[in-house]
Design a protein around this ligand. Sequence first.
Ligand code: SAH
Length: 283
Amino acid sequence: MTDSSRLPPGDWPDMQPGWVWLCGAGPGDPGLVTLHALNALGQADVVVHDALVDDRILSWSRPGAELIYAGKRGGKPSAKQKDISLHLIDLARAGKRVLRLKGGDPFVFGRGGEEGQTLVQHGIPIRIIPGISAGIGGLAYAGIPVTHRDVNQAVTFVTGHDRRGRVTGVDWAAVARSSGVIVIYMGMKHLSAIADDLIAAGRGPDEPVAIVAQATLPDQEVLETTLATCAADAETAGIGSPAVICVGRAALLRQALDWQSLAMGSPPRNADPLGLGRPVEDG
Ligand code: SAH
C-alpha cells in the first residue's frame, strides 16, 4: 500500500507483488528525487541500488525493506549485468515488490534499457520512473545550462566508456561536429584521449570545458578549464569520478550563473560571459 503520509495528495500507484520498478534517483541531492520514486521507496520490499544512489535517499525506504547493493562502477569489481538482471527476476518471481534504483535517469547510460528488456523477456511486469540525469541536473547545479539560445541549438550526450570500460567505439570526429555543446559521461578515465580526438576533429584547444564532480552533493567540485588543458588540470586538481564533462561555450555561463556562490553572497564573476555586449532579452 502507498504510504501517502509523505506524498502530496494524489492518485499514487500501488506497487504490486512480483513487479519491478526501474527508477531513477537523480544525480545525488535527495531533493532531486521524484515523487514517484518516493512513492516506490515507501512500498518496495527490496531496493536494488547502484553505488551512485545516496544513502540519504536509501534511508527513505520502507522500514524492514531489504537493501541490496548491485553497483557497477568503472574500474571497481562489481556485479555482472547478467547477474543483476537474473537477481531481479528471482526477486520478482518470489513475489517481492522490487525497486531497482539507479543514479540519474535509468535510461541514460544506466543500463535500464537492458535490464527492462531482460525482465520483459522473462514475463516480469515493469514500470519505468525517469530521473534527473547528471548531464542535465548536475550541470545545472554548477550554473551551466545545457542549451542557451546564444550558444547551441543542440546538445550531444556521449559516454567515454564502452561496456568493457575501454575507450568507446564512439566516432569522436562525428561527435566534435555534432553540436556546440558536448556532455560526456564516464569520461574521466580517458579524458586526455577524448580531448585530443575532439581537437584533432577541429574543436578549438581553447574551447571552454567545465568538469563537475560529485554534482549536486555537498562535496561538489567544479573545474573550469579548456579542451587542451582539461586532462592535466583535472589531474592537478585531483578531480575524479563521478564527473560530467561539459565541452563548449555553455561552460562560460557559470561565470554568471554559479548560483551556489551567488547564494553565499559572492557577486557574479561576469554577468555577460558570452560577450554579447547587451542585456539578455526575453522573448
Ligand atoms: N544514469 C545516470 C548515468 C550513469 S553512468 C544519469 O542519468 O545520470 C555514470 C556516470 O554518470 C558517471 O561516470 C558520471 O559521468 C555521471 N554521474 C552520475 N552521477 C553524477 C554526479 N553526482 N556528479 C557527476 N557525474 C555524475
